[in-house]
Ligand binder design. Structure first.
Ligand code: SAM
Length: 403
């Protein structure tokens, strides 16, 4: 039977599509766009899944006790400053505004068996002046709530998807669950992260450890409480790792490449409307935007420096996966990071269509065609996750770790 799931920061439902494909059930969801009144992502979500048990308010307004009991809590949340601001009678308190603390308080109240979270891989390194602090705080909070944790940075292109999007996925399991017990009993094995962990069945990596001892101690350990971690902890987290009982094991891993899907595979083959094609007069401007440059700039206090950036292929190669989609993808105004392709049918340059962008993120065709302005269809896909990756993780959750 599937897991009853709560989906936070739901966007247009990327987690939900992947989870449902693997037989899990989302019983409650929340999505709220802070910057504008129009709530396009939430409306799209409701158009597909109905409004029952969906909430469209700032997560900060949600009382954690009103969230239904659930087995699995999922969400892709912004990477912000997770420093611990105050202690004292109230105990540990997070930096105001950081959305991690809303996940933390819901998990604290509800103690779901599992969490599955997604974030930019920069989370492993931040903050800039205390490397690894924020992820350390996150791990320490989860440790305090009785979770064991495993994480992996995954580049979707390595595992068969049409985009080179790299994101960190964080899986947490209560210590008394099957996965929690598995991690606890096996994490010291030198091949845990390359042969036995939560992610390796679906996202295999090369096993390069031949000479390591039978059991190996953690690379570092969390000391004291999250406040102490926030004040003092610094650590270089690698792309794969696990935290059990405050011990942290981490290592670099090399994916066993299973890719192959490229940009050409997701392109619409005929009938692409005229409006997506570049204006010939603007091609030179596009070339400039995409090109390498060195520009003399001056700071407010009069210091001059040379700003440099390298070239981005123009047009984008069709025999490679797409670059990471950003929320700014969708207009024909010349821009550096937007994709431009040479249409295979007629040989002219054009931007990607909304449907192609959905295919890149492994969403069903026209998923965001629910009445929102077209530029928002690109924005929503720039925010989304690659659905198939979640589906694979959701499948793994249905398996017994022993088999
Ligand atoms: C990285 S996106 C997640 C997208 C989602 N996984 C998907 O597949 O569409 C983060 C989402 O959190 C929403 N968000 C930001 N601040 C929020 C808040 N205070 N309360 C609720 N949702 C918020 C954003 O509007 C955005 O849709």
């Amino acid at each position: 039977m599937g897991l009853e799931t709560v989906e936070l920061f739901a966007g247009v439902g990327g987690f939900r599509i992947g989870l449902e494909r693997a037989g899990h059930e989302v019983i409650w969801s929340n999505q709220w766009e802070p910057s504008i009144q129009a709530q396009h992502a939430s409306e799209c979500y409701v158009a597909h899944f109905g409004e029952e048990n969906h909430t469209n308010v700032d997560i900060k307004q949600i009382d954690e006790s009103s969230v239904p009991d659930h087995d699995l809590l999922v969400g892709g949340f912004p990477c912000q400053d997770y420093s611990v601001a105050t202690t004292g009678a109230e105990g540990i308190k997070g930096e105001k505004g950081a959305l991690w603390w809303d996940i933390e308080r819901i998990a604290r109240e509800k103690r779901p068996n599992y969490l599955l979270l997604e974030n930019v891989n920069r989370l492993l390194r931040s903050s800039t002046d205390q490397r690894g602090r924020d992820f350390g705080v996150l791990l320490h909070c989860l440790h305090d709530l009785g979770y064991t944790v495993e994480w992996r940075v995954i580049n979707a292109a390595d595992y068969g998807y049409a985009t080179k999007r790299r994101r960190v996925f964080i899986f947490a399991a209560q210590a008394n669950t099957e996965w929690g017990q598995w991690m606890t009993s096996k994490v010291e094995k030198p091949d845990y992260l390359t042969q036995r962990g939560f992610f390796v069945d679906e996202f295999p990596v090369e096993d390069v450890q031949t000479q390591l001892p039978i059991a190996h101690p953690p690379n570092t350990t969390l000391e004291g409480d999250p406040k102490e971690t926030s004040d003092e902890f610094e650590f270089d987290f690698e792309e794969a790792g696990a935290m059990v009982d405050g011990g942290i094991w981490t290592r670099e891993v090399t994916p066993v490449y299973q890719g192959g899907t490229v940009l050409r595979d997701v392109l619409e083959t005929d009938g692409v409307p005229e409006k997506y094609y570049l204006d010939e007069e603007e091609v030179e401007q596009w070339e400039y935007e995409k090109g390498a440059k060195e520009i003399e700039r001056e700071t407010d206090d009069g210091y001059t420096y040379t700003f440099k950036e390298g070239a981005i292929p123009f047009p984008d190669p069709l025999n490679e996966p797409a670059r990471t989609l950003l929320t700014s993808e969708g207009t024909t105004a010349p821009g550096r990071v937007k994709h431009v392709v040479e249409d295979p049918a007629i040989g002219q340059l054009r931007i990607l269509t909304p449907r192609e962008v959905e295919r890149i993120m492994d969403f069903p065709d026209d998923w965001t065609d629910t009445g929102m302005p077209e530029s928002w269809r690109y924005t929503c896909m720039g925010n989304a996750l690659v659905v198939g990756l979640v589906e694979q993780m959701a499948e793994q959750l249905t398996r017994d770790p022993d088999n």
